[in-house]
Design a protein around this ligand. Sequence first.
Ligand code: HEC
Length: 336
Amino acid sequence: MIIGNGSPWAHEKRSPAGGDNLCLASLVALNPDTGEYVWHYQQTPGDNWDFTSTQPMILADLKIGCEARKLILHAPKNGFFFVVDRKTGEFISAKNVVDVNWASGYDAKGRPIETAIARVADRPREIIPSAHGPRNWQSMSFNPQTGLVYMPVQNVPVPLLDNKDWKFNAEGRFIACDARNGKKRWEAPTGTGVIAAPSTYLVDGIVQGVPYNKDHVAEGIALCVSNCVFCHGVPGVDRGGNIPNLGYSSQAVVSNLEQYMFGALARNGMPDFMGKLQPADVDKLKAFIQGTADAVRPKEGAGTGRPGGRPLGWPPPSLGAAAQLPAAAPVDPNPS
Ligand code: HEC
């Protein structure tokens, strides 16, 4: 029986003296009759980035060189795709499937070659992939006829940042990897990207959209990633959960963002950012959120991030009674 596991991710807090943390962020083989340990392979020694190894595994029988091998194919959150011998735990290969900057690859023994920035603590850095993971619980599949593995991935950096020209790249991609050597064979965009082209549009002669300064978008991304995405998700990407995705929040909400950020919803579990963020930050956040909303709303209709609910404060006084929303479509609370 083989299980993958994770760990709370602040390595320094977990292990102030350092060390790999034996068997954490690892594949671990146990004898199901006795519970006895058989082998383990640690994918992320001394994990500091929430790179869990709990993602689904595929068991495949393949030839490596001339030898028939019983394998595990696995793509955990750390951005690499692994081929491991499932009888012995021997590492065979690891190749990255998304952009990765914490490790440049794996050595022949299966240990990651960490980059210089991987554990920098004295200044802000962006680590890719993020704690969201390029992959998570979503299944992947293997076709023995093509020898390819198919998996959905996303590219989202983590907010350890101080870099004005990093690219926010929360795009969804579908990637096929060669199961024998992990090489990327092809990839396709899934159409759920949030790299929004700022735009406005007219419905019945009324301009839709909250005006914003395009130059603010890049900084808005950084602020949103650092302060908002952990609860609200990436705007316009994941819609689920009880906390609204701001990419689908109404214009009334976006144009009054400061009220929401500075205390109005504190009773409902939304933090009060008073003293932590400035009014200028609100404009930057607005630019990013509205840029995303412009990209997603025309497809969705004038949406609300509240599952099944009406946006707060709609219609905004500036648009008046003419700007009524179509009735909100019922949202299945347990989408399949
Ligand atoms: C700790 C979690 C958390 C964080 C972090 C957080 N929020 Fe919220 N936010 C919430 C919750 C919970 C609600 C829903 C409250 C409710 O249902 O009334 C909410 C609601 C909102 C709403 C209303 C959305 C709507 O469509 O009704 C806005 C706008 C908002 N938050 C903006 C932000 C911004 C901007 C940031 C980052 C600067 C942020 N939030 C960070 C938890 C959070």
